[in-house]
Design a protein around this ligand. Structure first.
Ligand SMILES: [Zn+2]
Length: 114
């Protein structure tokens, strides 16, 4: 299960951060997930809870920010969010646009308690 290994990697990062700052307790961790990353947010949340439960990190909250696919139009230099099937520029209607984001899988932030 793909999401479980990602959840595990997030927890490794949390533990590493917590290890650097003795005495702080990580309460919340935020990740950014692009529409093209192949990660199912629900599955990630589920895997994450399963891994956290009963450990010293419990209750650690995972917040997921979903990012849409973005394309950039080379003709009018407009970056837009893709919705639906078309990648055409909504401003000038050019059909060949460039990939500009949407495959993110980033640790965005951690919220700690002193
Ligand atoms: Zn355009």
């Amino acid at each position: 299960m793909h999401e479980l290994s990602i959840a595990s990697a997030i927890l490794d990062a949390v533990r590493e951060e917590a290890g650097k700052r003795p005495g702080v307790h990580v309460k919340k961790v935020g990740v950014r997930i692009g529409a093209l990353s192949g990660v199912v947010p629900e599955a990630l949340t589920f895997g994450f809870s399963a891994l956290v439960q009963g450990t010293d990190l419990d209750p650690l909250v995972l917040e997921i920010e979903s990012l849409p696919r973005r394309q950039r139009c080379p003709a009018c230099d407009f970056t837009f969010e893709v919705s639906g099937d078309t990648l055409a520029c909504p401003r000038c209607a050019k059909e060949e646009t460039l990939f500009a984001g949407g495959d993110e899988l980033d640790l965005a932030y951690m919220e700690v308690e002193e």
